[in-house]
Design a protein around this ligand. Structure first.
Ligand code: NAI
Ligand code: MG
Length: 343
């Protein structure tokens, strides 16, 4: 198949990217179809490998995340992931650990009039491999116990990433979020390593808050935040709060990044309450493809996809019901694709 620029093999500068696609369950499948429709209107060629994972696959086979899917992700240049249901811990949490995708980057950005908090633009950098999601949970005679793991090395690399990211993207402040007054050892180390890292970046401001206070500050003064770096569970909770601030889970993308692989997924899950109705907002999945395009080194194309989506949201005519419209998932994606093909 020739390249979009018509110059394949003859001065063509476009790569064909090998992408693993894991649609998953519920609205994961619906928003994936929508996002691929948009990507197909971009100026980039993709070679997709579709892979299985999730509740439906587990019902058929007894396995939620087959080894072939892990291998496919390892072999591709990036992975797009929709959402899974109750098997999330066995699929996405496992994939993050297996591939050592230690960064979970979650930009919280207000688009259109969906949010009630004005212009908001901060990024949550969530540690993705340990903390309370380390997978060590067991029943005891009394009930159950979960192990909260904080290593200096994992804390250092996530803090390094947060400050590097701030520097690269022109952001001026990094805030550590923890609960070191109670979790004195695990979060004591998180805070200590954070400030050691901050010393290397004297042009970037650093401060820290407890997670409970942060939950309030996010809704009283969200504009004060720039980059937040935090542990696994706190990052999970605060990013859904961030979604609420900018207008809902249908708007928040994420990037799981390691040294070798990247997996790009909306923050939301399979949303069984709206699955099958064709009304899920595809924006979070489309914005996840924007993060993937940046990761692949295609910033111009990333900006175009984002622009087409933002114009669609700002016009407010062909948008899903959570954004005040009455269009379906695919109608909104078709509008974004139409706008993209004209850019
Ligand atoms: P959820 O994110 O699926 O839904 C929460 C609420 O947000 C629901 O009311 C839903 O309708 C709404 N919502 C989510 N995405 C939307 C979209 N694109 N457009 C419009 N509205 C949207 O979280 P919930 O209900 O807590 O979990 C449902 C299932 O998803 C569970 O089985 C859970 O384990 C799984 N899950 C999977 C994740 C993943 O695959 N990464 C992440 C979070 C949850
Ligand atoms: Mg979550």
């Amino acid at each position: 198949m020739g390249c979009c620029c018509g110059n394949n093999g003859n001065g063509c500068t476009h790569n064909t990217y090998k992408i693993t696609v894991i649609p998953g369950d519920g609205i994961g499948k619906e928003v994936m179809e929508a996002a691929l429709h948009v990507l197909n209107a971009s100026g980039i060629e993709f070679d997709y490998t579709f892979a299985d994972a999730g509740d439906e696959y587990a019902e058929k086979t007894g396995v939620a995340l087959p080894q072939e899917t892990i291998d496919a992700v390892k072999k591709s240049q990036a992975c797009l992931f929709g959402a899974v249901g109750e098997s999330a811990a066995d699929v996405i949490v496992k994939l993050r650990k297996e591939l050592d995708l230690y960064v979970n980057l979650r930009p919280v950005h207000s688009y259109g009039k969906a949010g009630k908090f004005g212009d908001v633009d901060f990024v949550i950098v969530r540690e993705n491999t340990e903390g309370l999601y380390s997978g060590h949970e067991e029943y005891t005679d009394e009930g159950a116990t979960a192990l909260r793991i904080t290593t200096r090395s994992a804390t250092r690399r996530i803090c390094d990433f947060a400050f590097d990211y701030a520097k690269k993207t022109g952001r001026s402040k990094v805030t550590a979020v923890h609960k070191a007054n109670v979790l004195k050892k695990t979060d004591g180390i998180f805070k200590e390593v954070f400030y050691q890292t901050a010393e290397k970046y004297d042009d970037i401001e650093s401060n820290d808050f407890y997670v409970d206070a942060t939950a309030m500050y996010l809704v009283t003064r969200p504009q004060d935040f720039d980059v937040i770096v935090t542990s696994n569970l706190f990052g999970d909770i605060l990013s859904d709060e961030g979604a609420g601030i900018v207008g809902g889970l249908g708007l928040l993308p994420s990037a799981n990044i390691g040294d070798k692989n990247g997996v790009f997924e909306p923050v939301h899950g399979s949303a069984p309450d709206i699955a099958g109705k064709g009304i899920a907002n595809p924006s979070a999945m489309i914005l996840s493809t924007v993060l993937m395009l940046e990761y692949l080194g295609e910033p111009d194309e990333a900006r175009k996809v984002e622009k087409a989506l933002v114009e669609t949201i700002d016009e407010g005519k062909i948008v899903t019901s959570d954004l005040g419209g009455s269009s379906s998932t695919m109608e909104m994606a078709e509008e974004v694709a139409r706008k993209l093909s004209k850019l």
